[in-house]
Each structure stands twice: as C-alpha cells, then as structure tokens.
Design a protein around this ligand. Sequence first.
Ligand SMILES: CCCCCCCCC/C=C/C(=O)SCCNC(=O)CCNC(=O)[C@H](O)C(C)(C)COP(=O)(O)OP(=O)(O)OC[C@H]1O[C@@H](n2cnc3c(N)ncnc32)[C@H](O)[C@@H]1OP(=O)(O)O
Ligand SMILES: Cc1cc2nc3c(=O)[nH]c(=O)nc-3n(C[C@H](O)[C@H](O)[C@H](O)COP(=O)(O)OP(=O)(O)OC[C@H]3O[C@@H](n4cnc5c(N)ncnc54)[C@H](O)[C@@H]3O)c2cc1C
Length: 625
Amino acid sequence: MLTKREELFGGTPDEYLSHKEKYENSTRKAVILFSLLRKIQEENNTDLTNYRNLLSGVLGASISQDGSPFGLHYIMFMPVFMSQADEEQQERWLHRALNCSIIGSYAQTELGHGTFIRGLETTATYDPSTQEFVLHSPTLTSYKWWPGGLGNTANYCIVIAQLYSKGECHGIHSFIVQVRDEDTHMPLPGIKVGEIGVKMGLNAVNNGFIGFENVRIPRTNMLMKHAKILEDGTYVKSKNSKLIYGAMVFVRVVIVFDSVNYLAKAITVATRYSAVRRQSQLKEGEPERQILDYVTQQDKILTAIAGCFAMKMNARMLWDTFNVINDQLHKGNMERLGELHALACCLKAISTSDSSLFTARCRVSCGGHGYMVSSTLPATSALTTASCTYEGDNTVLLLQTARFLLKTWRQIDTGPLTPTVEYLKTVSAPGFSYKWENSIEGIIRGFQIVSMKKISSCLNLMTAKVMSGMSQADAWNTISIQLVSAGESHCRAIVISTFHEDMSKAMRSMSASLAEVMGQLVELYAVYWTLERLGDLLEYTSISGADVVKLRSWYEELLRKIRPNAVGLVDAFDIIDELLQSTLGAYDGRVYERLMEEALKSPLNAEPVNQSFHKYLKPFMQGKL
Ligand SMILES: CCCCCCCCC/C=C/C(=O)SCCNC(=O)CCNC(=O)[C@H](O)C(C)(C)COP(=O)(O)OP(=O)(O)OC[C@H]1O[C@@H](n2cnc3c(N)ncnc32)[C@H](O)[C@@H]1OP(=O)(O)O
Ligand SMILES: Cc1cc2nc3c(=O)[nH]c(=O)nc-3n(C[C@H](O)[C@H](O)[C@H](O)COP(=O)(O)OP(=O)(O)OC[C@H]3O[C@@H](n4cnc5c(N)ncnc54)[C@H](O)[C@@H]3O)c2cc1C
C-alpha cells in the first residue's frame, strides 16, 4: 500500500510521460493534494485573509513543477467570486467551490486580446423576455484562450464579456457559466471547449479555449456585487468601474509571493550544487575548489539570495497594503485604489522579471547538469518567464504604474501624498539638498531622486510634445521606454527601502550573528542594484567615479562575508526534497548518484538495444536505405 507521499511523488517521472499522460497524472496528484487542502479548509473558516495562506499552501506545495489543473480554481475562480459575487450568489456557489464539488476557471483572455481588456469581443446580451443573458463568441479571435484548467478539468468558469442591455454596451463584466455537465462532464450545448496544446512549461495547468454559440444563462449568473442588471434590463452602475479589475490586483499580489517561492527553489538548487561541485584548481597543485569559492559564481548566486529575501519582505508589505486598502474599498473609500493598482503592477512586474533573471542565472551557474530536467532548473525557468506575461504583461503593468506616477506628479503641490509616493515630495522640496554617499541610506535616497527626476522629465517631455502639436497618445507612445524606466526606478526605490526598513525592524529581535548576516544581505542587494543602475545614478545624482570604485570593493567584500553562510541561508527556506524535485539540490548532496538514478529511469535505458537500430540504423549503415 503506497503512502500518500509515495502516491504524490512516486511513479514515472513526468518528463517521460506523454502530454496526455502528464495531464492525467497531474489530475491524479491534484486530487490527492486538494483533498488534504479541503480538510484544512473544513477546519478553518476560509475568507480572503486566511485565504491567501491557503493559497500559498496551494502554490508553495504545487507538487508538479508543471503547475496544477486545479491552480486557477484557487488562484482566480474563488478570489473573483469572493470579490465580485453578491451575497445570494456567494450563498449559492461559494461553498461548492470551496469544497471543490465544482471546479472553476477564469476566462478573460481571448485569442485576439490579452492586454487590452476593453477590446474583448465575447458578448453577453440581456434578454428581458426570458431574464437571461445570451453569451456569444462572434469571431474566432473572440474565443477565450489560456484559462487554466479549462481544457478538460473545470465544469464552471467565470467569463469576462461585453455586457449589452437595451441595445447599449456597458463594457466588460463577469459572469459565472457552467461549461460541462456535472455528472457526465460533457460540454453543455452551444459550448466548444478544449485544450490549447503543449506550452514552454506549466504543461499540467491544462490551459484551454472556449467558444459560445448563443449560450443562455440566467440573469443571476452575472456577478452583481458591484454593477447590476435588473429584471427589466436596467443597468445599475458600479460605484467604480475599476472594481471589476479587483481580482487582477489580488492575483498580482499573490504572484509576488509566488515569484519568491520559485526563486527560492532555484537558488536552493544552485547554492547547494555550488557547494558540492568541485571544478578547477585555484592554485596549482591544490585540490579542485568548490565552485562557490569563485567570486563570479558568488556574483550569480548570492545576489539572487539577497533578491529573494528582499522580495519576500516586499511581498509582505504589498499584502499588508492590499488588506488596508481593500478594507477601505469595502467601506466605499476608493481614494487609494489607484495607488494600490500602481504598486501591485510594478511589484508584480519587478518581482517576476527579477525572479526570471536570477532563475536563468542559477540555471547557467550549474553548467551542463543545470540543463537537465532532473535538476528542476529548466522547468523553474519556464515557470518564471511565464509569470512575466500572465496576470498582465510586465511592460504594460509598468506603464500603468508610470500613468499613476505622472498623475501624482501633476498634483504634487495640491496636498499630502499617499505613503508609497510621499518620498517624491521629500526629494523635490525646495531647499532639499543631497550629496551622494556610499551608505544604505545614501543609496535609497539616490534611487528616490532618480525616480523623481525620471517622472518629472517624462512629464516635461509629454508636455513639450503635446505643445508642439503631437497628440497625448502619440506623445505617450513616443516616450514609453522612459515611462517604463520611471516605473521600474520607482519600484526599485520602494523595494530597497522596504527591505532595509523591515529587515532593520526584524533584526532587533535576532541574535547578533544572524542580524549581521541579514544586514549583509540588505547591503548586498542595495550595492548590487546601484552597480546595475550606474547610468541613472551618474545622470541624476552626484555619484562620482571614486564612489564607484569604493562601491565595487564594498560589493566584493560583501560576497566574501556572505559566502560561508550561503548554504545555511537557502536551507532556511526549508524546501523538502519532494517539493524541490532536484537531482542537484537534494539535501543529502548526493548529486552524481541522483543524476545516474534519474538517468536510468529513462525508457531508453529499459533495453540495451533500441528497436530503431534494427529498423533504421542497421540498414542505413549497411547502405540498404
Ligand atoms: C501553480 C501555478 C501558479 C501560477 C500562478 C498564477 C497563474 C496565473 C493565471 C493567469 C491568469 C491571467 O492571466 S488572467 C488575465 C490577466 N490579464 C490582465 O492582467 C490584463 C492586463 N490588462 C489590464 O489590466 C488593462 O487592459 C490595462 C492594461 C490596465 C488597461 O486597462 P484600461 O484600458 O481599462 O485602463 P487605462 O485606460 O489604462 O486606465 C484607466 C484607469 O483604470 C485604472 N485601472 C486599470 N486597471 C486597474 C486595476 N486592475 N485596478 C484598479 N484600477 C485600474 C487605471 O489606473 C486608470 O485610472 P486613472 O489613471 O485614474 O484613469
Ligand atoms: C502560463 C499562462 C497562463 C495564463 N492563464 C490565464 C488564465 O487563466 N486566464 C486568462 O484569462 N488569461 C490567462 N493567460 C493570458 C495572459 O493573461 C495574457 O497572455 C497576458 O495578459 C498578455 O496578453 P497577450 O498574451 O495578449 O499579450 P499582448 O498584450 O498581445 O502582448 C504582446 C506584446 O505587446 C505589448 N503590448 C501590448 N499592449 C501594449 C501597450 N498598450 N503598450 C505597450 N506595449 C503593449 C506587450 O508589452 C508585449 O510585448 C495566461 C497566460 C500564460 C502565459
């Protein structure tokens, strides 16, 4: 009798399964895992607050590096329901979703539109004579494309469609739609649903497509917590049309935590492997060195460790900010919605692009063995690059942050600013003077000044172009590279200052030796990004060449100091081998034995001579083909 653990983690490695077998195997494993999660839910009353903890359980324990066919049910279907459905609808469906007696997906993106959601083509036309909506996909490009779990798993999904009533279009709204019969799982009449095919990664997520041929759903299937359609077809506006976007903000907050989890996996593997792997002699006649002793290796890996701790603290700040503002939204106070959206956008963009960058570095830092699927690094790399796209393409999200920053800068003298942007007032106040200094505080100030000056310069450029006769939209597009850069600088200033402030608070309750190491990580993160963004700092601050020379030696000194604690730092992530799923990163360090064990699982090693020899090779080599 297999234990739960063996059931979950045993069997043929996914990499040797077909696309179809991989899906079936991941569904089998998901059912085991989510039955356990269902028990956790039954023990706690799951609302949005502890929902995120439950969700991080889902994400953190995503047992397959290829994701899970149930992921979207937890990541979007339920959160959207909790934020967009009214009491009666929650009464009707939420409990069934929470105990997984229905499995849902979230269908917003279409073949023809992902970013520009006001351009979505799926329609939901209200028919007052039957009090129903008619859902329709008018074109091929209007087919929903990408929704996770939709291919073969979900029997319900939330569909985002253009709402029409009394001949008028009211823009995009959310609808819950039953996709498959709850008993037979057959697609319901008028519904064409399927799976979109093999992707670069996340091939267990079961991303699907769906098209509607005049499918009728009851009026009460429109999620009506914010906007409503009355029985006679009267449209009742939401207090704020952007509340429908609320779920995307929540998921972006979750994704920041997620990007930390993925990066923690990659650096655990790369760090442990770099401690085991010996290669080359540093000095003639000496034994070969651990590759972690090479400063270039430390440059690749220790900065990733610092980045992981930095983003973890920023994920927590974002979650706390989300909770505060979400409470205000529930009380009808929309004042900080724009700030939350801008913060979630830039942190999602920077956390995922950093995670993707550092994961790719971890992959190459492990040489050939890092290219083995059994190392888990290729799959983690494929995962992190996907996160730069899903839940909003990073470029587009940084432009959203820039839009908010320019709006804030226009109003800089009209009153107090909200917390995440009040530094703009400080560093632009008359009489504010600043001389570069090689210290954490000096670096944070420097990044804040760079951000402020970029925002100010973008606004001046926009104004000048519009004054010269260019349209607002063309001016925006012309300087959009600088707008993205302003959004990134603003975010980096926030990440470094949050890391420094929150870690300083945490260090007060640490032992002196632990506090020392944590302080070194903060410094390493700050100095690394200072060296990475030297161009900006030379353009906008008084940093000098001499300062840069000192920064470089400060950086090398920090690498030397952190090196002895590198393995301890990643062990602190405490990722069990079954979740790490890596021949290079296993806790016991038996890298070579594990590489060989995994190789022997290849079906090509089941027999000494593969049948292709007799069918193809032999006749070929004998000149008979
Ligand atoms: C196990 C595996 C693990 C995997 C774990 C994760 C699995 C992931 C599953 C993936 C799911 C998905 O991808 S679901 C699909 C995700 N799709 C997206 O994120 C689409 C991205 N696109 C958008 O969000 C929008 O199109 C956007 C780019 C913001 C432009 O929208 P608009 O044109 O309506 O907005 P704009 O005209 O630019 O701005 C109008 C105003 O709206 C405001 N606004 C815009 N979006 C807002 C928002 N979300 N919240 C608040 N306010 C918002 C702006 O600040 C402006 O305010 P003012 O300045 O005051 O006017
Ligand atoms: C693994 C994965 C899972 C997903 N899961 C889901 C899901 O469950 N449900 C769902 O609804 N969707 C899902 N998506 C879809 C995802 O939300 C979209 O891919 C994403 O929003 C980007 O849209 P797009 O693919 O149309 O890219 P596009 O918007 O076409 O972007 C392509 C390029 O155009 C640029 N661009 C687009 N608009 C602008 C602009 N205004 N200014 C400047 N540049 C611009 C982008 O920067 C990018 O470089 C998933 C995607 C992936 C990869």
